[in-house]
Design a protein around this ligand. Structure first.
Ligand code: NAD
Length: 708
């Protein structure tokens, strides 16, 4: 795992090469090997200095997250992370100079190895990333990162790297003082060797281990940083609502650890890490954001016996908001895209959507003009169906109208290659019904994108009753090809994401109709960790959308339609008041000309306040449990797998990652407690809180969606 080599001049080279894994990672075995190699070099009187580098494209990609999964207690946490921290401290205080020759990306524990070395040289390559991204998975850098980085570059400069997981290119890292030199790849080892040969004894003593160390920018108790900490705690709470323990723990490490010597600081870091490694929020984040999302991106459930489809040329029908976005991301991924609309002007306009986004990148210096031009050259606006020849997939994104969709399906299928698949991006019309207009229903799937397409990573792959497994597999290949994350959903009204997410605005409107104070509803949504309070959210996408869906359901179901508790609120807002939302300047909020927004004062008159108000926890529970319950129903009905339900909730509508997802919430509170709470909600608020039988059985058997 660590190649060991010495030369005639007394330079030892420790080369990371964890051949058993796809990348160099820190785990118990690789760290034991590194520890042994480090001790061997440090203890060998013939060794004058040591180079630490890697034989792989990356330096070291980070810690092995499987380690964390098994940690149950603080003791287990100390046992897992303590030795790594101790090894690096020993390296730092060994009396021999160590230089990190950083040939590729160094993240997390990888960068922490570099920080422990006495000198850092990195290859001049802007694709190399240096950073401590642990916080994004609910963790903290536990091999000295929270202690060494502030002591090197100052607390203020270190916090964005620690609290936000900011990553730096070699040039940015040099400017920030995280590395000492940036050199050409072919000079890396020579420079490292030269530095070691020139290094005197003083080079082996870190500033913080030398007498008279002055903390750059001051310690937490000196004026600048003190001010910083005054605001930091509050800012953090506003961002995390107290749901995410990692940034709090990191702040505590920096505040407490930077007032004491490094060894004590490292102990503080270990304790805070143990708090995180044993916390449900961190386990939830790692499970969904890392393992589940990784599986979804790798298409882990895709049947292997179906050969993968390599895409070169695709078509998008309808160059409106969604079609333009789909064409743009596809061209960006290197595909040739036929972008078809009813008239040439509309098709060109769809192409110009991508052009604007690319122009902005060029203007900011993030893209070469030539790259922009080559991406745009791949988009071919047209009205001619003959262009669909040679396309491996055709994605329909025309008006949400069955007749229009039927017409383009017919025209497209007449022109498509026999093996190509047809995908509809409908948001509300069941795929099985749309496929009835198809002459090749086995090759008809749903691909439900989210808006704006270039920003939203999720795509629901919808399986209609007649869709073949090969078509699902090929649709998954396409989603992967355009670097989006797919989940597989069996056809049902609203599919999975909109169906489960819809409960959030619906329950908010139901409560408003019952006389719950709207400010209470909005605050509860915010405190629950949702990206936006529910009434504000409805204003953003317009109540009219929900109103139209309600009208459609009434029409479709006729006398079988069951009045929903939020219906009267929608009818009042849309039909009676015309308060459709932000787009018309009035909704649940008012939007003063001078900017900003505030809850519409007239709401109290239209929906009179109940004398007795629920407490905020009850409101939060109704907003969140209703979503989780709908997700559980989808799982019970076989519409989506638990894993995809959770991935979909995080990526599709910003369900808080600390809960692991809409189903993760149920495991987090415990299925038994969740079912009891829903039973109580059902008694008080009605049948929509009744739990599906499979969830009740799971709870009574003491089971979980994700057994420990
Ligand atoms: P849009 O109105 O912006 O675009 C529709 C485009 O289809 C227009 O450019 C129109 O000219 C074109 N078109 C209409 N009839 C056509 C025909 N016969 N032949 C060729 N082109 C035709 O609509 P949108 O928001 O992009 O939505 C498109 C589809 O995506 C709808 O089915 C919608 O439900 C779905 N969808 C929308 C969203 C969203 O947030 N807007 C999200 C997911 C899915």
């Amino acid at each position: 795992m660590i190649d060991y080599k010495t030369d005639a001049e007394g330079i030892a080279t420790l080369t990371w090469n964890v051949a058993s894994r796809p990348m160099n990672v820190l785990n118990a075995e690789s760290m034991a090997a590194f520890d042994a190699a480090m001790r061997r070099a440090a203890g060998d009187p013939l060794v004058k200095g040591v180079i630490v580098t890697s034989a792989r494209p990356e330096f070291v990609a980070g810690g092995d997250l499987d380690l964390i999964r098994d940690i149950r207690t603080a003791e287990e946490s100390f046992a897992a992370s303590g030795p790594v921290s101790a090894t690096l401290r020993l390296l730092e205080t060994s009396g021999k100079p160590f230089v990190a020759a950083i040939n590729g990306t160094a993240l997390g524990g990888g960068l922490e190895i570099c920080l422990a070395c006495h000198h850092r040289i990195v290859v001049d390559d802007p694709t190399i990333q240096l950073g401590l991204p642990e916080v994004t998975l609910g963790l903290l850098p536990a091999a000295g990162g929270t202690q060494r980085l502030p002591r090197m570059i100052g607390i203020k400069q270190a916090l964005p790297y620690l609290l936000e997981g900011r990553k730096a290119t070699p040039a940015a890292a040099l400017a920030a003082g995280i590395v000492d030199e940036v050199v050409r790849a072919d000079q890396l080892l020579d420079r490292a060797r030269a530095w070691l040969l020139a290094a005197g004894a003083e080079a082996t003593v870190k500033p913080w281990d030398a007498k008279g160390f002055r903390f750059p920018g001051g310690t937490p108790q000196t004026p600048g940083p003190t001010q910083l900490f005054f605001g930091a705690g509050g800012d953090l709470l506003a961002r995390t609502q107290g749901l995410y323990p990692a940034p709090e723990a990191i702040l505590a490490c920096v505040y407490d650890g930077c007032q004491v010597d490094l060894d004590t600081g490292l102990k503080i870091e270990q304790r805070q890490f143990a708090r995180l490694a044993t916390s449900p929020a961190t386990k939830n984040m790692i499970r969904t954001l890392f393992h589940a999302m990784g599986e979804a991106n790798r298409l882990a459930d895709r049947p292997k016996y179906i050969p993968p489809r390599a895409y070169q040329r695709i078509a998008v029908l309808g160059a409106g908001m969604m079609g333009a976005g789909i064409a743009y991301v596809s061209a960006q991924a290197g595909l040739d895209v036929v972008l078809l609309d009813a008239n040439q002007g509309a098709a060109e306009k769809g192409k110009s959507y991508g052009a604007k986004l690319l122009d902005a990148q060029v203007a900011k210096g993030r893209m070469e003009a030539a790259k922009r031009d080559s991406i745009l050259a791949r988009v071919h606006p047209t009205t001619d169906y003959a262009q669909l020849t040679g396309c491996q997939i055709v994605i329909e994104a025309v008006f949400e109208d069955r007749a229009v969709k039927a017409e383009v399906t017919r025209k497209a299928e007449a022109a498509m290659d026999p093996e190509a698949i047809f995908a509809s991006n409908t948001s509300t019309l069941p795929i099985t019904g749309l496929a009835e207009t198809s002459s090749r229903a086995a090759q008809f799937v749903g691909l439900h994108f989210f808006s704006p397409v270039e920003k939203m990573p999720l795509v629901e792959v919808i399986r209609g009753r007649q869709t073949s497994e090969a078509s699902i597999a090929h649709a998954l290949d396409f989603v992967k090809r355009i670097r989006k994350t797919p989940i597989v959903v069996n056809d049902c009204p609203a599919f999975y994401a909109n169906r489960a997410f819809g409960m959030y605005p619906y329950e908010a409107m139901t409560m408003l109709g019952e006389g719950v104070d709207p400010a209470l509803i909005e605050n509860a949504g915010r405190m629950a960790g949702m990206p936006m309070p529910p009434l504000a959210l409805i204003d953003e996408f317009s109540a009219e959308l929900l109103y139209k869906a309600m009208k459609q359901a009434r029409e479709d179901q006729g006398s079988a339609y069951r009045e929903q508790p939020q219906d009267h609120v929608l009818i009042t807002m849309v039909e009676k008041l015309g308060r459709l939302g932000r787009k018309v300047g009035q909704g649940f909020y008012e939007y003063p000309a001078e900017g900003g927004k505030r809850l519409w004062t007239g709401l109290a008159e239209v929906f009179p306040r109940a004398v007795e108000q629920p407490d905020v926890e009850q409101v939060r529970q109704r907003l969140m449990y209703s979503q989780s319950l709908e997700a559980a129903r989808c799982v019970a009905e076989g519409i989506v797998s638990p894993r995809d339900a959770d991935v979909g909730s995080l990526l599709g509508w910003g369900f808080p990652a600390a809960l692991g997802g809409a189903l993760g919430l149920i495991d987090t509170v415990g299925p038994d407690a969740f079912v009891d709470a829903c039973d109580a909600l059902a008694r008080r608020h009605g049948a929509r809180f009744e739990v599906p039988a499979t969830l009740r059985d799971l709870a009574r058997a003491g089971g979980r969606y994700y057994p420990a």
